[in-house]
Design a protein around this ligand. Structure first.
Ligand SMILES: *Cc1c(COP(=O)(O)O)cnc(C)c1O
Length: 360
């Protein structure tokens, strides 16, 4: 068996320890004589798995008691609709568009009410985060929406927008559990877990209780009402059980690592290795404004498409997988999530130095 350094943006690298544990438990989970994939979601064994997963997440993020944690399906993309359907009481919401995902969420919300694009960084191919200290927040906005870490473009909000008292809703898919957050600053925090937490198929929604009501847009399907899932503790129907089990293991791994403060330090250290190299390289350069750089997704280019393609090909042959940039941006992107070891980043930089020497 040999494992590569996987720089995929998602689904992405998971801690090897977690994968090994899951492999050990594949045929017989904890003396049940069956795999977690095979067990009833109403069984005692699974009840323990989901209860512990929620508690561990609450511990890691310091989630206050007046927030619910929901394990849902439909990916982050279904939240683009669930959020307006559940939260647009006045049918008005403000969106800050910092990339493709925020743009999709904005377009989806426009189907259900008046979605206002109050700021955007599209003028410079989303290479920065706009100044959000004094935006024209709508008087009657039900919420202000952001995508906190822009997976495709590699930008991250270093300070949250001033929402002038309105509820903040954030898609944190690609920075989930990468550093501590103050949950109380948000009404809703949500993310697909396949970027930094677990296997595709689970989306976690952390939502303040007062936002969970029966007063949703007419016609909202039962399965798309937060109340349905909150009342049933994420067991209204069959949840993505195996995925939740793996997420639970990753939460335990994060706790063992020392929690989110430690993860933040590690992630800063890893990102610095790559950014420092990019900043002095004669061949490669980062594509994002320095102050807005993501710790998780690092896009870079040589400035020559053929050379980019050559780099991606040679990197792959050397055991560095999935470095090709998003199809809408080109170039390269290294996603260096929690589970990417520091050694992976160091080796990538060594390889980039060698490539630079050979091609410059
Ligand atoms: C990947 C991603 C999405 C889309 O996730 P799906 O689970 O495929 O719907 C949305 N937002 C962000 C920030 C992402 O990185």
């Amino acid at each position: 068996m040999s494992r590569v350094y996987n720089f995929s943006a998602g689904p992405a690298v998971l801690p090897e320890e977690v994968l090994k544990e899951a492999a050990d438990e594949m045929l017989d989970y904890n003396g049940t004589g069956m795999s977690v994939m095979e067990m009833s979601h109403r069984s005692k064994a699974f009840e323990e798995i989901i209860t512990e997963a929620e508690q561990d997440l609450r511990d890691l993020m310091n989630i206050p008691d007046n927030y619910k944690v929901l394990f849902l399906q439909g990916g982050a993309s279904l939240q683009f609709s669930m959020i307006p359907m559940n939260l647009m009481k006045n049918k008005v919401a403000d969106y800050i568009v910092t990339g493709q995902w925020a743009k999709k969420a904005f377009q989806e919300a426009s189907k259900y009410g008046k979605a206002n694009k109050i700021a955007s960084s599209e003028d410079k191919t989303f290479s920065y985060i706009p100044d959000c200290s004094d935006l024209p927040i709508s008087e009657d906005a039900d919420y202000v929406y952001i995508c906190e870490n822009n997976t495709i473009y590699g930008t991250k909000y270093k300070t949250l927008p001033n929402t002038k008292g309105k509820t903040l809703v954030a898609d944190v898919s690609s920075c989930f559990l990468s550093e501590p957050v103050d949950v109380t600053k948000y009404g809703v925090i949500y993310g697909g877990v396949q970027k930094n937490i677990g296997p595709a198929g689970v989306v976690i929604v952390i939502i303040r209780e007062d936002l969970i009501t029966e007063d949703v847009l007419p016609g909202t399907p039962t399965m798309m009402q937060y109340k349905t899932h909150a009342d049933a503790k994420s067991l209204y129907n069959t949840p993505p059980a195996y995925g939740i089990y793996i997420c639970g293991k990753v939460f335990k791994w994060l706790k063992k690592m020392g929690g989110l403060e430690v993860m933040k330090q590690r992630n800063e250290e890893k990102a610095k290795i790559l950014y420092d190299f990019l900043d002095q390289s004669k061949l490669f350069k980062g594509t994002v404004e320095k102050k807005d750089r993501s710790l998780m997704n690092v896009p870079f280019v040589t400035g020559d498409q053929d050379l980019d393609a050559k780099f991606v090909k040679e990197a792959k042959a050397a055991g560095f997988e999935n470095l090709k940039g998003h199809r809408t941006v080109g170039g390269m992107r290294a996603s260096i999530y929690n589970a990417m070891p520091k050694e992976g980043v160091e080796k990538l930089v060594e390889f980039m130095k060698k490539f630079e020497a050979e091609n410059c």
